[in-house]
Design a protein around this ligand. Structure first.
Ligand SMILES: Nc1ncnc2c1ncn2[C@@H]1O[C@H](COP(=O)(O)OP(=O)(O)O)[C@@H](O)[C@H]1O
Ligand SMILES: [Mg+2]
Length: 159
């Protein structure tokens, strides 16, 4: 798809830099969905997003915590469905409070609950390449996110 963007990174630092670029462009209400196997770099990218948002004291949440909230220029609601046992647990999280909160939502393992999440979002698929290589595929859904990916392409000189 024309609106999509594929990026290859070769180190955790590089993935964090990509995340920082996203954090810098983020706007209140943004929803970023991260999909990919364990260890492909979803949390690493989220660390970069936190840096881009200017969050001073970000430390990744232990994976048994479903939602962590960080306060900054915009808040970061870091949601991780890795330990989700039952999709009904999501109802108890009060997702709409985060989606309509004073910040952005980043959701790891979003594919476990895609039907329960808003249809407009930026989906990023993570894949292993050899060694420390990772492929990140950006799939924007909705005008806001097509625009965001366009901005990122400009920022990274990919046009
Ligand atoms: N290019 C890369 N991008 C991101 N992480 C990488 C990369 N190369 C190696 N790594 C390593 O892979 C692991 C990614 O872990 P993490 O971000 O927690 O993955 P996930 O959240 O997808 O399970 C880290 O140990 C990191 O150091
Ligand atoms: Mg993770």
């Amino acid at each position: 798809m024309r609106d999509n963007l594929t990026i290859t990174t070769c180190s955790p630092e590089e993935t964090q830099r990509i995340g920082a670029g996203i954090g810098e462009q983020a706007r209140i209400g943004d929803l970023i969905l991260l999909v990919g196997d364990l260890g492909t770099g979803k949390t690493c990218l989220t660390q970069g997003i936190a840096r881009g948002l200017g969050l001073p004291d970000y430390t990744p949440s232990p994976s048994f915590v479903l939602v962590r909230e960080y306060q900054g220029r915009l808040n970061l609601y870091h949601i991780d469905f890795y330990r989700l046992n039952d999709i009904r647990e999501i109802a108890e999280l009060g997702m709409s409070d985060y989606l309509n909160g004073e910040g952005i939502c980043v959701v790891e393992w979003a594919d476990r609950a895609l039907d329960l999440l808003p249809p407009e979002h930026l989906l990023i698929r993570f894949e292993y390449l050899t060694g420390n290589g990772r492929r990140l595929q950006f799939e924007p859904r909705g005008q806001r996110y097509v625009g965001l990916v366009e901005q990122l392409k400009g920022k990274w000189n990919l046009r």
